[in-house]
Design a protein around this ligand. Structure first.
Ligand code: GDG
Length: 725
């Protein structure tokens, strides 16, 4: 069977390209993402699109690189140094990165950065569509490409598009600061599935979408542009076996022996990160300083091996940080070292895998204290490397990895005192306790490895895509409308069952302002002129309003979800119940209204409705839960029904719903054309009772109970107008 194609699009390719003596040379690039996806085993034919990390001197070189990379299924995206400066060092690393890592004061704004960010996302689009087709799975990585899902969706509407964010998604209060917040969210929502490392980041994202775009969100589904976007958390893992079994390699044993000779009985604390202010390097050094100061008995007995991999050295904040790190290490070593002992061994460079792995194996403690970190793979790599089960991990509670690595010594990275004490506790921890903790953590990360991460994400992306296809099939096309029109005219007895708000007219903040306009009145009138056509409006509105809006008696009206119906000139009550219950329920509604600005009560004959369309969405959600909780007992006692609708909660008498109205209509004739349209959950009752051949249409998000869907009331009117022209 032909393998599915997986196209991974990331800012950086998993390799660095250089040209030496006219030949192209490749080397692996560092960084969590590159290391992670590189070891991805999969059933897919894998392609990469990304920047090769260099600027070719001329077109000839470009072509040579392109040719060699294409053979490896890699499409290089060449960028100019100006683009890298404005898009990568600028918007990505001087605007998004600091803000998303809660370094608000470090965030730089420059309109040129944003222009370049948009332009480069478009360049990535052009390269991706060169190789991608609608059957492919496209997986976009990280914050540099947040506009790409939306851009791709326009070009290849049916492709499976996934997006994974490797850094934290900040709280709404921070994200809202970005002038371009709306574009970034809409860009991301082009994906079928958006993945985050943790539930917290996912929660922040949904809350931003909710509040900034005011979209309809249900748990982890967001309804946007006729599609459902799935949001979930996928904690990224590592290639566990690679690290766990590394000690079996000769090269690594050689290094371990060398360290043993050099360090003798000294305990080693290991620290590994890219140079980045989010990694908490300075705080860590201060904590180690304070440890040596307060526990002099450990001087000459313990050293910190600090590996700092150069990164983003063209960004000002990183240059400043480098200077401070150098100075702080110099000061510590100057203060404490003696002829036989160095407190901090400092390496400002990346080490080859063998050397790093040997250090993971050798070090007694790993000190991982980022101030913010999307996940942090170093912590997992250290734990995986401890084949003999000993070792202690000190881990920041601000790293995504803390969710899984709960057996670590958890610290607040801003609390120097706490880190100092954790170092002490790690140094004196009994071996049995070390083993117990490490083994528990190994179990977790062995299971949640890089393969599982990618497989879970891709599996769910495919599922989300398939679901999406099903929903898409329900959308009524213009061909389908022509066919329905023919059926409509060929029929002998036509039944039209319409909801009103959101179906024939838009919602208004003030419900009384949603009056039918002239165009709608004309349309309804024309429909009624078609012989043998029964037009029924089944609405949740009270009968006084409906009577006023639809005086034409030929329209059959059901008010309050069927509690009343109009026959000739009379409104007939369709239920048996008194109104005594209202006072008790009204009291509960009133309590909520007092605490919820923008919400109000509608009093109907058979129901009480709490409306919250104008209320802040977060507050409305909270109050809705509180109201429903307070209603459960009295409603069951009084035999009343609680119903959640579109931005409303309604308490009504039982045995009244739109399904019952539809059933009453069905009995009247032998209908051979039934069209039922509605947008609300209350309309589902109507769809459910209609025969299979009925044309049931859900407006807005598609529903399982309706055969078709239309995106808005405008489309409904367009279709009905088509019927009568
Ligand atoms: C981003 C997010 C998230 C480091 N030094 C050397 C070296 N490394 C490798 C490590 C590890 C990777 O680089 C670093 O990954 P991290 O996860 O710690 O951090 P970021 O680079 O900031 O990655 C982060 C990650 O994306 C994945 O989603 O976890 O939160 O910021 O794999 O081993 N490798 C070698 N020599 C070194 O000196 N060979």
């Amino acid at each position: 069977m032909k393998k599915k194609r997986l196209i991974i699009v990331s800012n950086r390719l998993p390799l660095k390209v250089s040209i030496a003596n006219g030949a192209v040379a490749f080397s692996k690039s560092e960084g969590g993402l590159a290391t992670g996806l590189d070891s991805l085993y999969s059933d897919y034919e894998k392609h990469w699109v990304g920047w090769p990390g260099m600027y070719p001197d001329n077109d000839e070189q470009k072509e040579l690189i392109q040719k060699e990379l294409h053979a490896l299924h890699i499409t290089p995206v060449f960028l100019t140094s100006e683009q890298i400066q404005l898009f990568y060092e600028g918007y990505s690393n001087s605007t998004i990165w600091p803000l998303f890592h809660y370094f608000f004061a470090y965030t730089h704004y420059n309109p040129k950065y944003w222009d370049a960010y948009q332009a480069v996302n478009r360049i990535f689009l052009e390269h991706t569509i060169l190789i991608a087709s609608e059957d492919d799975i496209i997986w976009i990585q990280d914050y540099q490409l947040m506009l790409l899902p939306g851009l791709l969706r326009k070009e290849i509407p049916t492709a499976r598009i996934g997006f994974f964010l490797h850094i934290p998604f900040p709280s709404y209060e921070l994200f809202r600061i970005l002038p371009e917040r709306e574009f970034l969210l809409k860009g991301l929502l082009g994906a079928d599935l958006i993945g985050f490392h943790t539930i917290d980041y996912m929660r922040h994202f949904i809350s931003s979408v909710y509040r900034i775009l005011d979209l309809d969100c249900k748990i982890n589904h967001i309804y946007f542009d006729k599609r459902v976007v799935n949001i979930d958390s996928y904690p990224m893992g590592i290639n566990y076996d690679l690290f766990h079994n590394a000690i079996e390699r000769k090269g690594i044993v050689k290094y371990i022996n060398r360290y043993r000779r050099q360090f003798g009985n000294h305990k080693i604390i290991l620290s590994v990160d890219r140079l980045d202010y989010s990694k908490g390097i300075l705080h860590r050094l201060r904590a180690f300083d304070s440890f040596l100061n307060d526990y002099p008995e450990f001087r000459s007995k313990v050293s910190l091996v600090m590996i700092v991999v150069p990164s983003r050295d063209n960004v000002e904040k990183y240059q400043d940080l480098k200077i401070k790190v150098d100075e702080t290490i110099g000061a510590i070593n100057g203060r404490y070292s003696d002829m036989t002992w160095v407190p901090v061994y400092y390496f400002y460079r990346g080490l080859p895998f063998e050397q790093l792995s040997a250090l993971y194996n050798y070090a007694d403690i790993a000190l991982v204290t980022p101030l913010r970190d999307g996940m942090n793979l170093v912590a997992k790599e250290y734990v995986a490397s401890r084949q003999n089960g000993t070792g202690v991990l000190i881990l920041s509670e601000m790293a995504g990895a803390i969710v899984e690595l709960i057996e670590s010594l958890k610290v607040n990275p801003n609390n120097i005192e706490e880190i100092k004490i954790a170092i002490y506790n790690a140094l004196i921890m009994p071996v049995e306790e070390q083993r117990e903790r490490i083994e528990k953590m190994q179990k977790v990360i062995k299971k949640q490895n890089i393969n599982k991460w990618a497989t879970d994400f891709l599996g769910e992306l495919e599922l989300a895509g398939n679901k999406q296809d099903e929903l898409m099939k329900k959308i009524i096309t213009s061909d389908k409308i022509s066919q329905l029109k023919t059926n409509f005219h060929n029929a002998q007895n036509r039944l039209l069952l319409f909801d009103y708000d959101g179906t024939l007219a838009p919602f208004a903040n003030d419900p009384l302002k949603a009056t039918p306009n002239e165009a709608l009145n004309k349309l309804l009138h024309k429909l009624m002129l078609v012989p043998n056509t029964s037009l029924v409006i089944i609405s949740g509105r009270d009968y006084t309003t409906l009577e006023q809006w639809f005086p034409e008696k030929a329209i059959k009206l059901y008010a309050e979800h069927g509690a009343f119906f109009r026959e000739n000139d009379l409104w007939i009550k369709n239920f048996t119940s008194d109104e005594l219950w209202k006072d008790e329920i009204l009291l509960l509604f009133q309590k909520i209204i007092d605490k919820t600005p923008g919400s109000f009560i509608e009093v109907k004959n058979s129901a009480l409705v709490w409306h919250y369309r104008k209320t802040d969405s977060w507050l409305a959600e909270l109050r809705e839960k509180q109201l429903i909780e307070s209603l459960v007992y009295p409603c069951s006692k009084l035999n009343l029904q609680i119903m959640r609708g579109s931005k409303i909660v309604e308490v009504k008498v039982p045995n009244v719903n739109k399904g019952i109205c539809a059933q009453q209509m069905l009995k009247l004739k032998n209908w051979d054309f039934i069209l039922s349209i509605g947008d609300d959950t209350t309309d589902e009752d109507m769809f459910k009772v209609l025969p299979e051949e009925a044309i049931t249409i859900k407006v807005g998000r598609a529903s399982e109970n309706a055969r078709y869907s239309l995106s808005s009331y405008k489309e409904v009117l367009k279709m009905l107008n088509e019927f009568i022209t």
